[in-house]
Design a protein around this ligand. Structure first.
Ligand code: PRP
Ligand code: ZN
Length: 187
C-alpha cells in the first residue's frame, strides 16, 4: 500500500527583519526549540526540526502578510497593529492578537522642540506633526478635537523638525535617547 504523502503545511511566522523585536523574537523561537538555517537571501529562516519557517520582513508589512494569509503568525508591536487596524476601513480584520510578549516595551509619544511652549496636547493645534503612524495620530487628534496637519515619514521622524518639515513629532520612545539627541522633549 502506498504511504500517504506528507501533506502537512509549513507554518510561516513573520518577524521584523531588523529592529527592536528581531533579536528577542529569534531568541524566543530558539528557546521554544526551533533550530533553523538562514536562506541565502537572509530573508527566510528554514526550520530544520519543526515545519516552521520564519520570514524576516519590514514590521509594517506584517499585519498585511497575516491578513492576506501569506503568513500564519506575526510578531509585531501594538503600534503596528493599531495603525493597520485603522487602515482596514470597512474591511474586517482576520488577524487577532493572541498573546502579549514581555519585550520591546515602548510608548508612542509626541515630541516637541525644547524651545516650543507646550502646555498639553491643545498646544499642537495648527502645527505639522511628523510621524510613521499617521492614522493613529489623526485618530487621536480627531478624538481630542485638535486640528493639526499630519505629515507622514517612513523613518527618521526625529529629524523632521530640524529639517523644517514639521513642528513636532509623534514616535516610539523607549529610553528617550533619540528624542533627547534631537533636542526634542517628550510631551
Ligand atoms: C524607534 C523610534 C526611535 C527609537 C526610540 O525606532 O522611531 O527611533 O526607537 O528609542 P529610544 O527612546 O530608546 O531612543 P525603532 O528602532 O523601533 O525603529 P523604527 O525607526 O523603524 O521605528
Ligand atoms: Zn526609529
Amino acid at each position: 500500500m502506498n504511504q500517504p504523502r506528507e501533506t502537512t503545511a509549513r507554518i510561516k511566522i513573520a518577524v521584523q527583519k531588523s529592529g527592536r523585536l528581531t533579536e528577542h523574537t529569534m531568541e524566543l523561537l530558539s528557546r521554544c526549540g526551533l533550530i533553523y538555517s538562514r536562506g541565502r537571501d537572509q530573508l527566510i529562516c528554514y526550520g530544520e526540526n519543526m515545519p516552521i519557517d520564519v520570514l524576516l520582513v519590514r514590521d509594517d508589512d506584517i499585519p498585511d502578510l497575516v491578513q492576506e494569509d501569506v503568513c500564519d503568525l506575526g510578531v509585531v508591536g501594538q503600534n503596528i497593529i493599531a495603525e493597520a487596524r485603522l487602515g482596514l476601513g470597512d474591511a474586517i480584520a482576520v488577524f487577532a492578537e493572541v498573546t502579549t510578549l514581555d519585550y520591546g516595551h515602548c510608548r508612542l509619544s509626541f515630541g516637541v522642540p525644547s524651545q516650543m511652549q507646550y502646555d498639553g496636547p491643545a498646544s499642537l493645534a495648527g502645527t505639522r506633526i511628523a510621524t510613521s503612524y499617521p492614522r493613529i495620530v489623526a485618530d487621536y487628534l480627531a478624538r481630542a478635537g485638535i486640528e493639526a496637519e499630519v505629515v507622514e515619514f517612513s523613518g527618521a521622524v526625529e529629524i523632521a523638525p530640524s529639517l523644517g518639515r514639521a513642528d513636532a513629532i509623534c514616535d516610539l520612545v523607549s529610553s528617550g535617547a533619540t528624542m533627547r539627541a534631537h533636542d526634542l522633549v517628550e510631551a
